[in-house]
Each structure stands twice: as structure tokens, then as C-alpha cells.
Write a protein that binds this ligand. Sequence first.
Ligand code: 26Q
Length: 840
Amino acid sequence: MPYNAANYFTPLVRSKPNERLTELPALGLDADAIAEDFKHYFVHALGRDGNCKSTHYPYKALAMSLRNRLMERWKRTQEAYDEASCKRTYYLSLEFLMGRALGNSMLNLGITEPATHGLYQLGLVLEEIAECEPDAGLGNGGLGRLAACFLDSCATLQLPVKGYGIRYAYGMFRQEIEDGYQLEEPDHWLRDGNPWEMERPEYKQRVSFGGHTETHLDNQGRRHSSWVDTSDVLAVPYDSPIPGYRNGTVNTLRLWQSAATDEFDLDEFNAGSYTEAVESKNHAENITMVLYPNDASENGKELRLKQQYFLASASMKDVMREWKRLRGNDISRFAERNCFQLNDTHPTIAVAELMRLLLDTERLDWEQAWEITRNTMAYTNHTLLPEALERWPVLLFERLLPRLLEIIYEINARHLAEVAARWPGDTNRQRRLSIIEEGDTPQVRMAYLAIVGSFSVNGVAELHSRLLVEGLFRDFYELWPEKFNNKTNGVTQRRWLAGCNPGLRELISEAISEGWISDLEQIRQIEPLAGDSAFRGRWHQVKLDNKRRLATLVKQDCGVLFNPEAMFDVQVKRIHEYKRQLLNVLHVIHLYNRIKAGDTAEWTPRCVLIGGKAAPGYAQAKRIIKLVNNVARVVNRDPAIGDLLKVAFLPNYRVTAMEIICPATDLSEQISTAGKEASGTGNMKFMMNGALTIGTLDGANIEILEEVGDDHFFLFGLTEEEVVALRPQYDPDRIIAEDSDLSRVMELLEGGHFSQFEPGIFDPIVAAIRSPGDPWMVAADFDSYVKAQQAAAAAYRDRARWVSSSIINTASSGKFSTDRTMREYNDDIWGLASVPALEP
Ligand code: 26Q
């Protein structure tokens, strides 16, 4: 265990903070000061010398030097929040996909250049050192990365927002490809320690499971419940600093780790059951062992529900403790000063947990507790897929969280009474609106609990928010129209342009100065430069350099040679049928057919890159990965194809890979079946970095198209309404028969051309495409997709036109900053004041 002062100090009992203990001179931000500090850590703290060959220790020493500089700002930010006595928001999320922290800390502290120089003077190369840092991969994909971008923007806007999550010992699995198949390897990201986090054992909380409930009357004759005979675990917080962009603010991400209570084993221990005692310790520690690697809910897994309650309970109690520290025991005005934003339904049990604390611990009556809870919670939905809506069996709840189930029943009874009063006799409506789904195995519908228990419900793009109130949540919309709103997603331009694309950052800043880094709307100012051929030349050169860098990675990780002059056509995201990587592959096979048939007049050489992880239990998604790899092998080995077409599957797609990929992409593939992708955020990263999008009218693509204009976007495919209308008479066999290109593609697939020594492995893929019930309607959009791809290829051959479109895409990306998204959350939902950190 790393040394941690907090473990060894007993708390000092004082009437006021001891300032003599904590007043320190500010640390310098120049190259010399950083280099001095670096040496101090390298030699004195880590005990290394000039013979040290590994880059790990230099990384650690640099991280420690930066951490000190963050620490003083962190303390002043928290003091400013306390002094302002301001309202705060807590972002509750089972996932925070942070990636690396080093480059981002330097960028936001404004010391990238001095740190680079300081290390250079010591004979060290920053880029090499930075490569040592493992990704903090505590998330699956979009939802987890969105949480990370939100934190960056809140710190930059100086909003008092704290992230609460879980410190998984194992994050998202590492993906290896063997013989074309995905293998999952554990991601032990904490093995070499984590210099960015601070353990805070003094703020540990106790979380209960199991047991049963009892009711009793108090001396005023009021009925109370208590939850007894529980098995408890400890939640130990680890804090990481979240620096704002050059503004002195440092916010907090607090991640909880589970641990056994001290008395965990006493009974069994004393009874001589040593191993059983240690086993129960194991059970406690298992809760935060591993991130569930599926991005659509895995229903009914007990440990997952435990994770959710563990996060919710520890966080609620933590906020209560802070309330009492700052404001004493009167909890009645709690809602005026606190807001919880629920990142999807995963932390929704927080609704019932807050009720439990207010009722059973604070002894409020139901009406008052409910008023507070309902004015405190806000829920964000991230999916329309019905299979991804969380439901938990009532029986599991009863065993694991009996008191919470009682509370949910009571919430539901009162909710249904309200429905009955509004629509007397409409029992069907009551059944539809019930938080409890009746049936053979009754279930708790978490989304309904979230809606009933919150004052705000939002979707993540305009289309998605509209479809929510027209479909999935229609009945609730009729009941409470004022709760529903849209907050279109974004990404932080600090990491996703300034940090990952230094070439473009310099070019843009030289033209319009650096204001865009904290105000992305300013990037519109580069639009006129699309008409400036010298500027276009430099823009093209930056893209080319970035493509060389990506080509090196592809060579290294896939053994495939990408020519940087070719069009880089990229689809990276989780592998899922609705995202239609399969449609992309069908197009690749079609291009292969054209080359083999000699149909190559006016050809645009193309390098197709596909990457992403499949949930370990999602067989069809894994088969699609295998298909991509098999098609790549056939195409890349065929001398007749040469440089006209290359295909690669990039293993282990993650935040750090995207930082190399998006600056190098020409064409961004956003090709989900309309109505299925809630928003997408990769689409925004690509656009910001000057890629053109080929995409459907889905999620935020629609808003991207609106911003950039249809001259600079390759639109194809059915609309959401057309998808719905076509469904009853969808006939893929006919579509295939009537499309000679698609027929030839299917012939190769069905004839085993890509599975020569593995007969039949792609049969389920063929069957899915040919099924009239294909939910993703791959065949329906094929022809339109091929035509859009042709338009893209033609556009790429006209370099002036392409580069100009590329510039216009970046120039039009202002809306897609999470700074804008966070302003909207704050204006419409949170109502926080911006609070600057105290002056040094
Ligand atoms: C739930 C229960 C049990 C196990 C796993 C899960 C689970 C985990 C992760 C369910 C869903 C997720 C992740 C969903 C997700 O990433 N959704 C994406 O969110 C992005 C940010 O809003 C959107 O841009 C994407 O469109 C959406 O797919």
C-alpha cells in the first residue's frame, strides 16, 4: 500500500483550522522550478539516480511535481466553495472514463511548454515519459467518457460540481485479437500505483446490505422503520483533482472503494473459522473489483446491484456529513443547496436511499422527505433501446435491500394514487405507469423510479429527447410535461482538440488567438480561411502529419501499411449491431469487388480503420469483429488490391487511442440505424478535428449536419420515421435481389470467401442481414450508403474542396463543447453560482 499520511495521523482536535500548518509558498510554474521539483522527487522520494533506465520513475516524479501544484489550487477551491456556502451538484455515475491525466493536467495548469523544456534540460523527452501512464478506463464508452468531459468543463466554468463514482480495481478489459477473435485480458491499471489519487480514510462510510426491517412506535406514537441485522461494508474514498483550464480551480472526483469492516469476522473468527472469516472479507472487497464491461444492461446480476447501491449510499451519506459540518443538523433546506445528477438509471437507487436517510435517520415525515428528494434529483437518459432499460427482480431487492424495497413500494403507492386521481378508473394507465412491473417475476423499473423521484428528466440530443417523450416515456410526459428537457451532449475541446492535436491547435491559435480553448464558439472565426489556399495548405499538412502518426500505430498494432495520402475512413466505437459496423464491412467488400472487376477509373485510395470492444457475452458483436479481421486479411493480402484499399481492425480501442485517431481521420463513420443512437460523441471529436462525417439522421448527427450544412456532410439512409414505417413490410431478400452490388457482396459472404477454412462461421451474420425482422435494417440502407461513399470519394479527390470542408467542419463545431452543455445543465437544472478559487 502506498504511504499515506492520513493513515498515520490521529485527527487534531481544534476550534479553528491551523493555518500555520498549511500555509506554504506557491510553487513556481517555470521550467526551472518544475525541473527542481522533479529532481527532488526522482532522487529523494523515489530513490533513483542517473542509471535509471525505466521511464516509469520519471513519470512518477513528474506526476508528483504536478500534483503538488494542483494540491494548492485544490485546497483554495474547496475553501472558496465552503466560504461561499454555495449550492453544489454531485454527478453520480457508475463510470468515469478519464484516460490519462498527465497531459491534461499540464494543459490546464498552462505548463506544457515549461515542463517540456525543464525535462529536456535533464535529457528527458516528455512524450516518452507520458507513455508510461495507463488509461483510467473506468467506463465502457460514451456515457463514461461524457462524465469525464463534464467534469473538465465544470472545473473550467468554476462550477461547484463533484463527481462520485467507483474505484474499480479492474477497469474496462484490454482487448487482444487472436486469429481474428477478441480475447479479454484484465486491466490491472493500479498495479504500479496511481499518483493522482489521494486516499481519504477519514471520510469512510458504512454501507449496509441484507438483514430485515422492523417497525416501532416512538414516544409521540409515530411509526418508524429500522433496518437491522445487516451485513455492512466500508466505503473508502479516493479523491482525484479535476483542474479547470488556467483558472486556479480544482474540483474533485471522489471514487469509492469497498473494504471489510473491522469487525467483519469477529464471530466467525472467534469460533475458529479463520478461512470463512477471510472469505467474508473477500465478499466485501469484491464489490468494487471490476467494471461490468457491457454497455447495455446486464440484467439481474446481484453484484452489479450491489455496486449501484454501494455508490449511492456512500455518496448520499458523504453529502449529508458535509451538510452537517457546514450547516448543522437542520436538514429542511437541503434541496436548496444540493442537486444530484443521475448518469442514466445506474445510480437511481439514490432516490430511495436519500428517502431512507431522511426518514429513518433524520426522522422527517414522508411528505417533507419526499419534497426534499424530489427537488434534489435529476435524471439523464442515454438510451432508447428497450433491452438496455434497467429492471431488477423484486426478489433480489427484497433479499439485498429490504428497507429500500419498502420505500420503493410506498413511493409507487403514492405515485399510483396520484395517477388514479388524475385519470379515475384508467387501470391500464396505472399498470403502464407503475414502478413495479407485474408478472411471473415482478421487477423494479429503474427508469420509472428515476422519473418519479426527480424534478428533471433529460435526453442527450434533440431527436433522442423528442423520441423519449413520444415513445418510451410518453405516459410520464402526459403526467409531468414540465419535467422533460433536452441537453445535447458535447466533448471537451481541451482534451479533444487542444491536447490531442497540437499541430491544429497552433495553426488555429495563430489565426484567431487562443480564446477558443475556453470559448469554442470563437472557432467560427476560422471559417473564412477555408477560402485561403495558403491556410488550406498548412491545414492539409497538419492532417498529413497526424495521419503519419496514426499509420505508425496501425503498422505497429495491426501489421497493416496505411498510405497517409489515402483517405482515412474510420469507425471506432463499441461494437454493437445498432451501430452497424456490419454495414461498413459490406461496403468494404463492395469496394473489393469493384477493384477485382477492374472498375477503378477515378479511384480514391482508401484506408478503412475499425476499432472497438464487444461485450464479452455478445456473440454476434464478436462475430462482427472476426468478420472485419477476415475481410482485412483477404483484402490486404491480395496483390490485385494493392494500395487502392487497405483494411485494419485496431485492437484495444480506448481514450488514448482516440487521441491519436481523431486528429488523423478524414471520414468519420456515424452510421447507426436512425432512432437508435441516443447522441454519439465520437462524431463530435472527429468533426472538431476536421473530419467530414458520413452519417444517418440519428442522434447528434442531425445537429452536426445543421451546424455544418449539407455541402460538408455525407448524408444517407432512412429517417427514423421511415424506419418505423418500413418495419412491417421489410423484405431484405428482395432488396438484395434487386441490388446487383449487394447481391455480389452477399455471394462472397455466403460462398465462404472470407471464411475459407472456417466453414459456416458467418452464417448467423448472413441470417441477420436476410431476416425480415432485422431490427437494424442493414440491407435497407446499403444502396444509399454506397452512393454517399461514392460522393465522399469524389470529394476527396478535389483537395481544395475537401480541405475547405474540413476547415468548415472544425469551424462549425462550436456547439459541441461540453462547456455549452454544462452551461445549459446549470441554467435549466442546477442553478449553481460560479465560484472562483481563493486568491493565493
Ligand atoms: C447497466 C446495467 C448493468 C450492466 C451494465 C449497464 C450499462 C452500462 C453502460 C448500460 C449502459 C451503459 C452505457 C451506455 C452508453 O454509453 N450510452 C451512450 O451514451 C452516450 C452519452 O450520452 C451517447 O452519446 C450514446 O449515444 C449512448 O449510446
